[in-house]
Design a binder for this molecule. Structure first.
Ligand SMILES: O=C(O)CCC(=O)C(=O)O
Length: 328
């Protein structure tokens, strides 16, 4: 049967055996020339449009001053993000990187640091931010601009995906709610750089960083005074990844119907490989889906109850005023 949805794009090249071996061993690779420049210019337009629209909607909870902006799950609102997430070559590349039979989309996130933005991304692992568990997770970090270490190229501690440690989740701007765990702080990589195998690459649009959920990574502020650094991460999951809600993890503001222990699936985490499933994506294909205001209110109430709400001493970056909810 022919699909009524956009045709899946094939990768312009497959991941090579050498790249897959290096990904397993080092925990990260820079895959050169993996995306076509058409997709990059599509994303450039989309990201600027998304930033404008999100600013107007005032839903951008990750917006921090100083030339940094970021957001998550923009694919629910913006069709260009949706089409890259579901129908670009990324699902097939995720299948190659994970070596699994089925792939679900987890979410995407953008990190824009305008020229001169001092906002750094502290060293962190991704898995501790997320209300999930599992090992079959892969992120594709896509730059829309030429990027060097000076302009906030992402750096990694090679091999740290194998250390077996979990560290406190520390975000740009250092969110108090996400850091509210007994986990230890990540090691001070910047202070003791020579003790670690730190790796980073100068990149051109089309090059993609591919990495797993437990590798330590981070970036400086954008110290270039002329080049913006606009990056997006698209993240995919294999079948061993389950929903595992915990305190101090990224809120999910769209109804997903999953219970703790369920495999990621459904309308928030749709299957994308070998094919999309119509019942999972038909609502989104019919139009944008705004965050569920009841879930947003529930999350704000949780922040208030645990002393991270608007006006509290520990106020989280996620805290926003909502009608009907008390302030601290
Ligand atoms: O772009 C950045 O500075 C952070 C990216 C990141 O931490 C990620 O994609 O997991």
């Amino acid at each position: 049967m022919t699909s009524i949805y956009p045709k899946k794009q094939r990768p312009i090249r497959d991941l090579t055996r050498e790249e897959l071996i290096a990904l397993d061993k080092d925990g990260v690779i820079c895959a050169r020339g993996l995306l076509d420049l058409g997709s990059i210019s599509f994303l450039r337009e989309a990201i600027e449009d998304a930033i404008q629209r999100l600013a107007a909607l005032k839903t951008d909870s990750f917006e921090i001053d100083n030339g940094f902006s970021g957001d998550v799950f923009v694919w629910k609102l913006h069709d260009a993000f949706r089409d890259i997430a579901l129908f670009s070559s990324l699902p097939e590349l995720a299948q190659q990187a994970l070596g699994v039979d089925t792939v679900n989309f987890f979410y995407e996130q953008f990190f824009v640091k305008r020229a001169g933005s001092p906002v750094n991304t502290p060293w962190h692992q991704d898995l501790t931010f997320w209300p999930i568990e599992g090992s079959q997770l892969i992120s594709f970090w896509i730059t829309l601009d030429s990027v060097t270490k000076e302009s906030s190229g992402l750096e990694f501690v090679k091999g740290s995906h194998r250390w077996g440690n979990r560290y406190k989740a520390i975000t740009p701007g250092v969110d108090s709610y996400l850091a509210d765990t007994d986990l230890p702080e990540p090691p001070d990589i910047n202070k003791y750089r020579e003790e670690y195998d730190v790796v980073g690459w100068d990149m051109e649009p089309g090059d993609v960083l591919i990495f797993g959920p437990t590798i330590l990574h981070g970036s400086s502020g954008n110290n270039s005074n002329k080049n913006d650094r606009r990056a997006l991460a698209f993240r995919y999951a294999g079948p061993d990844v389950i929903y595992a809600p915990r305190h101090a993890t990224m809120p999910l503001l769209w109804d997903h119907g999953l219970k703790a222990g369920d495999k990621l699936s459904g309308s928030l985490f749709p299957q994308v490989w070998p094919d999309v499933i119509e019942s999972e994506i038909s609502r989104r294909m019919a139009g944008p889906e705004l965050p569920d205001m009841n879930l947003a209110a529930e999350f704000q109430q949780k922040l208030i109850d645990s002393d991270f709400g608007v006006g509290s001493k520990k106020q989280s970056l996620f805290a926003v005023e909502m009608p009907g909810l008390p302030k601290a």
